[in-house]
Design a protein around this ligand. Structure first.
Ligand code: NAP
Ligand code: MG
Length: 477
């Protein structure tokens, strides 16, 4: 049973109402969480405001950076505990949970070091003037996050906001919020002032909606579905508040006939299978040039057939998906594709001995998938890979850019000119040449276009997202 974390204290909230959270690997109750409402959100925003105007806001950038770095060390000190908690809460394999906690710690290291390196600049202007351009925090920032990488998302969304000097209010996903709550407690233990970090758990349409509509929020950072992202943006617009939206994708992995097939095959598989396909940047479409399509897909099929889904402790290629609804969603894509006669090239397996109540799905590889099919256009958010043959460079780019999304892409070719041409024309916020994914990639600006959302996270650029630029013009003669 866990509580909200508001103003440096654990609290049951205004109503004391709780809700069950299930362990995805068993389908059984894992814990209960507090069910926050608008009054709890209001308490959290007020606490954050007080921290911003008080102890937190008075710290120098170097002092903030040191606290953030200390929290990163605390993450490493509690590594095994956090990894196990994350694995049980989300169902992910232990190896993935460990990689996530490692990446989480990297956010604190990176932004702890960056906090005192956000320098403004001086603009040469008219004679008799001095002009300073400075970056200031918004004050209180709001953060609404999903369940797929809870600890990493905490690092990605909250830590740059804190480094810039904002106080934060987080509404994590109801399905998986345990590591976020633990991180907030650890923050308090390493010396973060009360109210600098607040976490209100509960339902999206209650606590989440109240946070996105709260007039005390200066900026909103949202990660989740396009449908909810749009609602959050509309709520923010009522208060003239800007937001970043990170809404997932249908990212293409483009393989030309001169690609290094041996290097590409395992990476093409990992890009969709990682975290059981529940990754915004999952490489969920593989586009293969006709001349090598059969050979390449046969090699991918060989790997797919070996995939196994199991519990966190079994530590296999995949875990369960997060809940029964997601399992139903993934299954509906698979069933519809089969009914439409789209060939199944290969299937993995659900491991022997997994609990009956777990939310397991079978990793499935389809192809060739007809253009315009759901599997081309919609995010599955599960271990389902769709293959498409293409004829030439133009066809590859047209196919890659044929969805409403634009988050990540990869291009596999040895031709240097083609590497550059395709990278420039493909619609994506990140493009990988002869690779995919970045093992966390804290340093690398990340974000989408179109239905994938807008705004950039990670890297130094994220600090600017959480800051207001002010130009101070001094006429002194
Ligand atoms: P979601 O509903 O968009 O949830 C994301 C966050 O928004 C959660 O904290 C959620 O709260 C909250 N929320 C829900 N309704 C809200 C509202 N009206 N106002 C403010 N906040 C609200 O995503 P989901 O249901 O977890 O997953 C659905 C689909 O979204 C997936 O199948 C996948 O396609 C996509 N998705 C994308 C990402 C990504 O990384 N881009 C991550 C997860 C999911 P609660 O869920 O706690 O109620
Ligand atoms: Mg939801």
């Amino acid at each position: 049973m866990t509580q909200h974390f508001i103003n440096g204290r654990q609290t049951a909230g205004r109503t004391g109402e709780t809700m069950a959270v299930l362990a995805p690997a068993t389908g059984e109750e894992f814990t209960r969480i507090a069910c926050g409402n608008a009054a709890d959100i209001d308490d959290a925003v007020k606490a954050a405001r007080a921290a911003y105007e008080g102890a937190w806001g008075k710290l120098t950038a170097a002092e903030r950076g040191r606290l953030i770095a200390r929290l990163g060390l605390a993450v490493l000190d509690h590594f095994d505990e956090l990894a196990l908690l994350e694995a049980r809460d989300t169902g992910k394999p232990m190896a993935q949970a460990k990689a996530d906690i490692e990446a989480c710690a990297r956010y604190f290291e990176f932004y702890g070091g960056a906090a005192d390196k956000v320098h403004g600049h001086i603009v040469p202007f008219l004679n008799g003037y001095s002009v300073n351009v400075v970056h200031e925090p918004y004050g209180v920032t709001g953060h609404i996050l999903p369940w797929n990488y809870p600890a990493q998302m905490f690092g990605r969304s909250l830590v740059p906001a804190l480094a810039m000097g904002n106080a934060v209010v987080l509404k994590p996903a109801e399905e998986a919020c345990q590591t976020a709550l633990r991180l907030a407690v650890l923050a308090s233990e390493v010396g973060f002032p009360d109210g600098a970090i607040n976490v209100v758990t509960g339902r999206g349409h209650e606590a989440g909606a109240a946070l996105s509509a709260h007039p005390g929020i200066g900026f909103m950072s949202f990660t989740g579905s396009p449908e909810v992202g749009k609602m959050v943006q509309i709520a923010c617009a009522e208060n003239y508040v800007a937001c970043t939206l990170e809404l997932g994708g249908k990212s293409p992995q483009i393989v030309f006939d001169d690609a290094d097939v041996d290097a590409a095959v395992p990476i093409v598989c990992k890009a969709i299978v990682q975290n059981t396909g529940q990754t915004c940047s999952a490489g969920s479409r593989v586009l293969v040039q006709q001349g090598i399509y059969d050979e390449f897909m046969e090699a991918v099929a060989g790997q797919f057939a070996k995939l196994r889904a199991g519990t966190p402790e079994m530590d296999l290629d995949c875990g369960p998906v997060i809940n029964a609804k997601q399992r139903g969603r993934v299954q509906s894509f698979v069933d519809q594709a089969r009914e439409a006669g789209i060939p199944v090239i290969a299937e993995g397996q659900i491991a022997q001995g997994v609990p009956n109540g777990g939310f397991f799905v079978t990793p499935t590889l389809f192809g060739p998938v007809p253009r315009g099919n759901r599997l081309e256009q919609e995010e599955v958010f599960g271990p389902v890979l769709a293959a498409f043959p293409f004829s030439d460079e133009e066809d590859a780019i047209r196919t890659a850019n044929s969805t409403a999304y634009g988050l990540v892409a990869s291009v596999w070719t040895k031709d240097g000119g083609r590497q550059q041409r395709v990278s420039k024309r493909v619609r994506a916020g990140q493009v990988f040449i002869n690779g995919y994914g970045a093992g966390g990639g804290i340093e690398l600006p990340f974000g989408g276009t179109g239905k994938s959302g807008h705004g950039r996270e990670k890297g130094f650029i994220a600090l600017e997202e959480f800051a207001v630029t002010k130009t101070i013009v001094h006429k002194h003669g």
